[in-house]
Design a protein around this ligand. Sequence first.
Ligand code: WTA
Length: 658
Amino acid sequence: MTDESHDAIESLFTESRLFPPPKDFGRGSAMSETLYRELLVEARTDYEGFWARLARAEIDWITPFTRTLDESDAPQYRWFDDGTLNVSANCLDRHIAQRGDKPAIIFEGEPGDVRVLTYRQLLAEVGRFANALRAQGVKSGDRVVIYMPMVPEAVIAMQACARIGAIHSVVFGGFSSESLRDRIVDAQASIIVTADGGHRGGRIVGLKAICDKVVDECPSVRAVIVLKRAGNPIDWRPGRDLWWHDVVAGASTECAPVALASEHPLYLLYTSGSTGRPKGIQHTSAGYLLGTIITMRWVFDIREDDVYWCTADVGWVTGHSYVAYGPLACGATMVMYEGAPTIPDPGRFWQICERHRVSVFYTAPTAIRALKKHGDDYPRAYDLSRLRVLGSVGEPINPEAWMWYHQVIGQERCPIVDTWWQTETGVHMIAPIPGITATKPGSCTLPLPGIDADVVDSEGLPVTAPDKGGFLVIKRPWPSMLRTIWGDPERYRETYWSRFQGRYYVSGDGARRDADGYFWVMGRVDDVLKVSGHRLGTMEIESVLVAHPLVAEAAVVGRPDELTGEAICAFVVTRDPRPTGAARAARIAELRAWVGERIGPIAKPAEIRFADNLPKTRSGKIMRRLLRAVARGETVTEDVSTLENPDIIRQLGDPETE
Ligand code: WTA
């Protein structure tokens, strides 16, 4: 993070519309204006007592804790650490008496198949799969990689791991074999759970075939468990590959939840940072679970009769906290959808909302923008009158998309909760409370009770002037925070805690606060991009590009994109003379495919520009700020005379230069 990027996030943007909470929203809500104020005061006056009280109220403990927060080994903070619990028991077993026959998951496949699992059925499936994992020798603390489509078995596998204390690492189904391999190797996983294929965008994604390419390079893997989902033909390795339906066939549905320490790792989730190597964010059991529960209640206002739908894939953190854990821990009914929003047409999301009577809907700005582009007729064709809360996550939502969401989807009735958080924070940190917080299009509003968020300058001092940009930091440890980076505690300390000498958690985002204290997140100040809400590191893409035999040097930057939020723009210097004409188009296609195969289709650059060299300072540093300006099509006005090679700017600025 540089001061240069800090300057770049100074904001000029002003959005002044204010939407007061709908008057009749509050009836039936567990939250009230008074309670909200009390929570804020309680958190401020007795921080540890506040979290301890919530942890006692919301979690079913096997052994109650007596210590709330242990800071002795900071920044390896420990929460509730002498207590024991089981996360899966908190999500399933505790609901059986009252909600055994309540639907837990309403699944809809892309081809239109619908399957409902009640809490009782889900518990039985989780028990069977947990026993099956045990039969494969999986023990507490072992790592299990899950590479699945969005089907109930993905959640069943995650919950089964939690039940026996295995640590899951879900890999997004859109990642390629090499990304999968790196994650398996880093975690030293013993089992992979996958499927023959999943339906996505009218095609079948052959997940098993992608696994097959790399399993031999992963000596830690003993077995690959394969769910039959799409029925596509697959290769089979006897002795290593096992069908899901076979391993659960003889297994008992009863599997007693194991008592695990509060700090027992629940999962690893790899995410991109500012180096070439993704990092395994490690979350724990009790603190994380608590965070998912309270935010389901506060931010989504989840109620007994809600039908809740979060469209995120289980491969991302949103699919962990707000699909696999939070809704189940609250005993909610949730919809799970396998496929793309545009199959068979762009009305699919709204059709699902009508069909399953969705009342709380949570999606990403990219999806909202994409569906908005198809016009109002699609949503207008469906009955969306059940919707009462709309959520947004993953990237800043632009005011135009916010207004469309508000007017056309929410019919001016539903509060929009724009939730700011990260893989590392585990759960929502800055978000409105529906029915209580007035909203402004594009602002995630105010920190939740117990979250000490601030905007600070490069010295770490609070930025008090309204609308002045700075670093978004969290000033106190919170229960659902990451605990470390798997296998690399030093990188954890360095990445998140070193900039302000261990005093604050540094999010890597820039933000400003307006005169009302509302937060406006302005995007990353490091080398992380958000493309369609997917988190990607520029360094990761660069290192893949330079691994191509034709590439001598590469620099990757983001530029704003109307649809995907940010788009990837790569500047490439080839070993041979700069390609022109037909060769240029062929090289672009080749490099895009190369990145797609090595990271995943989501990482393919939207644009590749070839140059004779890259703009560098005399000390040899690539001038990324200049490249960002060039990618945005801005005229470079600053003095480039200190550049090693000032003429290069002209060549870069014109992608068609022959
Ligand atoms: C961005 C996703 C603006 C931000 C949950 C953050 C947002 C990164 C918002 C984390 C929001 C997430 N408004 N920006 N409401 N939510 N971001 O780890 O840059 O995939 O640092 O977690 O997404 O991405 P991640």
